[in-house]
Design a protein around this ligand. Structure first.
Ligand SMILES: *Cc1c(COP(=O)(O)O)cnc(C)c1O
Length: 368
């Protein structure tokens, strides 16, 4: 039996009727751009996160760009972030003309190591983008303390962790702005691209709305150069339905992660994901740290078991960032992690049988 990394169909089928009806309704209304469903979704998202303003946009990548622009980050400014993340976190900084400063990560959680942030700060540093990686919050109280001391803005890239908590607080709500992605495989996934930006500050929310609509402050009047970055009404309709079940999906993720933890117990070569006691980890991905990663991955593929590497190359050594002049060995924990991590098949609906199959294949690899 093949085991897929993720199976979106298993989430769709039980909701099919509800979703298909909502989609048909929008097609009938032809209100495709910033229709009522977008506003509905924004209100529901605000309620879910207990935050004042939610603004839909076209993708999680755009959400970061909009956040940086709304916070007034200028070309030439520096923004601190992690090199162990999806490219968007850093490329968004570059795309607005600012410069990413990469800080190494914590080897247990793979999140930015707050202790190393302070020494990277210069006069040009204006903001920090943290990423709550794989479903777990980074050490926010330390990040916020540093940000306050140096008057830096904080963006939380929460593309992988919607519903996750840090000491009881929902991720995306602790900094100045939180950004979300609704890419289909994320924990809240649409039927295409989508994203959102959330904040408690009214002025920022107004600016974000203006920026996503070409910089429009009133019709055909442009306050600044903006973007065409709206959340599609069709996506909003799907997300509105799925948001109702998000806590259930996240609880299932936690259950299935516990299940893997138990099954993997006693395999010395495999280190299970580390979870802080006071974090509500929602396991956007289930990522183990292992020996002979590449050989194991190949072996699993041969057995029909999918797996993925998030991330195989550190961002500071990517060809697109060679101008930043980082050398190999500059951020050791990140570079070592890229060689050891492996994401196993994982999604809320994965069956015990599938999980057992994955683990028994891992066992047979290490015993042979
Ligand atoms: C997926 C992801 C993004 C980008 O989201 P898109 O909606 O695909 O543009 C940004 N940051 C992180 C950490 C992500 O995982």
């Amino acid at each position: 039996m093949k085991v897929a990394l993720c199976n979106l169909k298993k989430q769709y089928l039980p909701l099919k009727k509800e979703i298909d009806t909502a989609i048909a309704k929008i097609i009938n209304s032809t209100s495709f751009i910033l229709g009522k469903e977008v506003e509905n979704f924004e209100r529901h998202l605000e309620k879910y996160l207990d935050i004042k303003y939610g603004v839909g946009c076209a993708s999680g990548t755009d959400a970061i760009i909009l956040a940086l622009r709304a916070l007034g980050i200028q070309p030439g400014d520096e923004v601190i972030t992690t090199p162990f993340t999806f490219i968007s976190t850093a490329s968004s900084i570059t795309r607005i003309g600012a410069k990413p400063l990469f800080v190494d990560i914590d080897p247990q959680t793979f999140n930015i190591d707050p202790i190393q942030i302070e020494k990277r700060i210069t006069k040009k540093t204006k903001a920090i983008i943290v990423v709550h990686l794989f479903g777990q919050a980074c050490r926010m109280s330390e990040v916020l303390k540093i940000a306050k001391r140096y008057k830096l803005k904080v963006i939380e890239d929460n593309a992988q962790s919607l519903g996750s908590r840090y000491k009881g607080k929902l991720t995306a709500t602790m900094g100045d702005i939180g950004t979300l992605s609704f890419f289909p495989a994320k924990t809240l996934g649409g039927f295409g691209d989508g994203g959102a930006v959330v904040t408690n500050k009214k002025k920022l929310a107004e600016n974000l709305k203006c920026l996503r609509l070409h910089g429009t402050s009133k019709q055909y009047y442009y306050q600044e150069i903006g973007y065409n970055s709206r959340l599609d009404t069709l996506q909003a309709a799907v997300l509105n339905i799925k948001l109702k079940y998000l806590n259930k999906f996240n609880a299932l993720r936690r259950e299935k992660a516990e299940q893997y933890n138990r099954l993997l117990e006693g395999i010395a070569e495999v280190k299970i994901p580390y979870a802080y006691k006071d974090n509500y980890h929602i396991y956007g991905q289930y990522v183990v740290t292992i020996k002979q990663r590449d050989q194991l991955k190949q072996y699993l593929t041969k057995q029909g078991i999918a797996s993925a590497i998030y991330y195989p190359y550190p961002l500071h050594l990517q060809p697109c960032y060679k101008d930043l002049n980082y050398q190999k060995g500059a951020l050791k924990v990140t570079e070592a992690s890229c060689k050891k991590v492996l994401a196993l098949p994982f999604y809320p609906e994965i069956s015990l049988k599938e999980q057992k199959q994955v683990v028994s294949a891992i066992k047979s690899f290490y015993s042979s």
